[in-house]
Design a protein around this ligand. Structure first.
Ligand SMILES: CC(C)(COP(=O)(O)OP(=O)(O)OC[C@H]1O[C@@H](n2cnc3c(N)ncnc32)[C@H](O)[C@@H]1OP(=O)(O)O)[C@@H](O)C(=O)NCCC(=O)NCCS
Length: 154
């Protein structure tokens, strides 16, 4: 198991991982309209754009496959888009990738992080030491995606 930076040629695999996880997992907590608009933000083209622009997107690899993806915005002190393959949940990939992102932030002298947790991942982040600040709404193309703002001191 290893973590490395995401590359442009990972776009297709990363997009599929995110879309499947949203479709099969997040759909427990969000309705069809919400899932549809969320998926539309994670197409191969959008993923390619994000990898090119963000630079700080990482993937966790096992069995020669991408098992999870997550990004960190150092200037905004924010974790974004942490997803684990829908059929490999609970295998420790999310925790390992999150720890990696936190250590990466520490090395850049960031002393605290925030994130907008989905309803689905709230208990995961709580178990990793993140504290709820408040509920927030992400409005995407007029559709409200409820999330929870959480923070952690590093
Ligand atoms: C959140 C997510 C990334 C966690 O990844 P994962 O690989 O399944 O998590 P792990 O196996 O590393 O779990 C780590 C710990 O969190 C706990 N945990 C994981 N999911 C949990 C849940 N839904 N409820 C409670 N605890 C949970 C585990 O018990 C484990 O505890 P431990 O520290 O005692 O070992 C993954 O569930 C996911 O892809 N969720 C859907 C996508 C999503 O909503 N992403 C958030 C975008 S902000």
């Amino acid at each position: 198991m290893r973590v490395r930076k995401a590359r442009i040629d990972d776009s297709k695999e990363i997009s599929k991982l995110m879309v499947d996880t949203i479709k099969y997992l997040n759909s427990k907590d969000y309705n069809k309209k919400q899932i549809k608009v969320w998926i539309s933000k994670n197409t191969v083209a959008r993923t390619k754009e994000k990898i090119g622009k963000r630079k700080n997107m990482f993937v966790i690899i096992d069995d020669n496959k991408i098992m999870g993806v997550g990004a960190i915005d150092i200037s905004g002190k924010k974790i974004t888009g942490l997803y684990v393959r829908y059929n490999r949940q609970g295998g420790g990939y999310g925790k390992k990738l999150l720890k990696y992102l936190e250590n990466y932030a520490r090395k850049k002298t960031v002393n605290g992080l925030k994130l907008y947790s989905t309803i689905t991942s709230f208990d995961f982040y709580k178990s990793q030491g993140y504290k709820k600040i408040r509920k927030v709404s992400h409005v995407v193309e007029g559709i409200d995606l409820p999330c929870v703002l959480m923070t952690k001191k590093l």
